[in-house]
Design a protein around this ligand. Structure first.
Ligand SMILES: Cc1ncc(C[n+]2csc(CCOP(=O)(O)OP(=O)(O)O)c2C)c(N)n1
Ligand SMILES: [Mg+2]
Length: 342
């Protein structure tokens, strides 16, 4: 069955009620937590507590959650600068992410990366990249390395619709297809098509608006998915991840999604879209979709939902306090971790 969302045909693949639903409760909890995290991070930015820039993931949660729910603890992933939720979903403590946003020593990148450059290598997060498209070659090379080392680990590469118009998209994707012929490139490219690259809509920046199909030109199998529905994304992710792990061949998915907030902290007026469009997408808020599903199946009741929201508020308040009270990195930290030691 196919339906039309956000101007693109997407595949509907629903999970029947059952064990999947109960195992989705922790993901619902994490999605509520990250939404709260993003709201409070924005407030902290407005209070002048966070320097540099800030891009929030609100509205897109089901994409990263669905895929990170489907990989193993020893798999790895790369993403762009809209990266707070990816880290928290993977288990980076929210206080270490918030401290990083505040530029503090206790941050997950020791306060030297900031919002756009979260790194948590022990948990498989290989960044957080501020240069659009820059991580695609790195992720592709990392996927090759995982096979070269004789493992069956895989790599996820999250990227934006805008990143697909850069040269750093086509070159590595071509190489991935070539390496994949020998089973040497276990990577899943996950395009988060939120309709815009800053203020430029997809149809103003490319003629081929079915973004998944662009991978087909390089010989990579691909599909689209409804990125607002966690259960659908997770089901697709489990199938794709198993296949990529077994074959060592790349695969691509375009998740149709929407950011419910501005592009970044400076995008206050959003002149490139109208309020009606945003309101329409609010009806497809991924947290509410999952909440309704869990509610309907009797897996969560009102009291449990309220408790999850309260817990999120408390955790984020604690993260803000931790970040505020943490020390600045000492000056001698400046040259460390910049190049290989010795
Ligand atoms: C190489 C490069 N060019 C331009 C920019 C400025 N820039 C920052 S975000 C962005 C839009 C990227 O859009 P998309 O890939 O769709 O990601 P989204 O913000 O929608 O998550 C641009 C052009 C940049 N950071 N890097
Ligand atoms: Mg985009």
């Amino acid at each position: 069955m196919a339906s039309k969302r956000g101007g693109a045909k997407v595949r509907a693949e629903r999970t029947p009620a059952g064990p999947d639903l109960a195992s989705s409760v922790p993901w619902y909890r994490l999605m509520v937590l990250t939404r709260r995290f993003e709201d409070e991070a924005e407030r902290a930015f407005r209070r002048g507590k966070i320097g540099g820039y800030l891009h929030l993931y609100s509205g897109q949660e089901a994409v990263a959650a669905g895929f990170l729910a489907a990989i193993r603890a020893d798999d790895i992933f790369f993403t762009a600068y809209r990266d707070h939720a990816h880290a928290i979903f993977r288990g980076t403590p929210p206080q270490a992410v918030m401290a990083e946003l505040f530029g503090k020593q206790t941050g997950v990148a020791k306060g030297k990366g900031g919002s756009m450059h979260l790194f948590d290598v022990p948990r498989g997060l290989y960044g957080g990249y501020g240069i659009v498209g820059a991580h695609i070659p790195l992720a592709t090379g990392a996927a090759y390395a995982l096979r070269y080392q004789g493992t069956d680990r895989i790599c996820l590469c999250f990227l934006g619709d805008g990143a697909m118009n850069s040269g750093s998209f086509h070159e590595p994707v071509n190489m991935a297809a070539v390496w994949g012929q020998d089973g040497m490139c276990p990577i899943v490219y996950i395009v988060e098509n939120n309709k815009y690259a800053m203020g430029t809509s997809v149809d103003r920046s490319t003629v081929v608006t079915h973004l998944a199909s662009k991978f087909g030109l390089h010989g990579i199998e691909n599909e689209q998915v409804d990125g607002q529905d966690f259960l659908t994304v997770r089901r697709a992710a489990e199938r794709i991840v198993a296949r990529v792990r077994a074959t060592g061949r790349p695969y691509a998915i375009e998740a149709i999604t929407y950011r419910l907030v501005g592009h970044g902290a400076a995008d206050l007026f959003q002149p490139y879209r109208n309020k009606g469009e945003v309101e329409e997408w609010k009806q497809r808020d991924p947290i509410q979709i999952l909440e309704r599903e869990l509610h309907r199946a009797g897996v969560l009741d009102d009291a449990q939902v309220a408790a999850i929201h309260k817990e999120a508020e408390e955790k984020v308040a604690a993260a803000i306090k931790y970040a505020e009270e943490s020390p600045e990195p000492p000056p001698e930290e400046l040259p460390r971790d910049v190049s290989a030691q010795g």
